[in-house]
Design a protein around this ligand. Structure first.
Ligand code: IMP
Ligand code: MG
Length: 181
């Protein structure tokens, strides 16, 4: 089904273990609290679903959507909110959930935007992080898997809307060719 994947970088087990580790930390850090868990659409939906099923605290879920790469694989630095949260986060503990942090443009924009609603706290959680690619500094509170500068797909991450349902994470052949050039 995924024969156009050049290389699998992270197995289902790697991803499940990383998700479990983050869930344990969140269960610990938010004991007795009820955070609002905000997923950044679309990429975070699978990680968020996996993560919340491992939580044993009270929480609510919301989503926010920001424009990012479109069909391209390089960030433009131009971010805008295209779909907003529907809950009131004033004085709430917010956990923002991303699929991957690359340059940091998207999350720094969303973070500043959400701070405008005066949450009590705001932490950042991501399944994948490419720290070497960062342009805008970002404090990542919960990072699942650190990865190098390769364009990866699977577990919610797409290339032209493809591969989101792939249960492991890997590099599509098209991207691998580009890297070798
Ligand atoms: P940033 O604004 O450069 O940090 O990019 C963040 C967004 O770009 C993520 O939410 C992803 O949607 C997308 N993105 C960045 N790197 C990758 C990747 O390797 N694969 C798929 N999507 C990516
Ligand atoms: Mg995303």
């Amino acid at each position: 089904m995924y024969e156009d994947i050049e290389q699998i970088l992270f197995s289902e087990e790697d991803i499940s273990r990383a998700t479990e580790d983050i869930a344990l930390r969140i269960n610990d850090d938010y004991k007795g609290l009820s955070p609002v868990i905000i997923g950044v659409l679309k990429g975070s939906f699978i990680f968020l679903a996996d993560l919340v099923r491992k939580l044993d605290i009270d929480f609510t879920v919301d989503f926010i959507k920001a424009s990012s790469y479109g069909g391209n694989t390089k960030s433009s630095g131009e971010v805008k909110i295209t779909s907003n949260i529907s809950s009131d986060i004033e004085n709430k503990d917010v956990i923002l959930v991303e699929d991957i942090i690359d340059t940091g443009y998207t999350l720094s924009y969303i973070t500043e935007y959400l701070k405008g609603f005066s949450p009590h706290s705001l932490r950042i959680c991501t399944l994948f992080d490419k720290p070497d690619r960062r342009v805008v500094p970002i404090k990542v509170d919960y990072a699942g898997i650190l990865t190098e500068d390769l364009f990866i797909v699977g577990c919610g991450l797409d290339y032209n809307e493809k591969y989101r349902g792939m249960p492991y994470a890997g590099v599509p052949k098209t991207q691998f060719q580009k890297i070798k050039e």
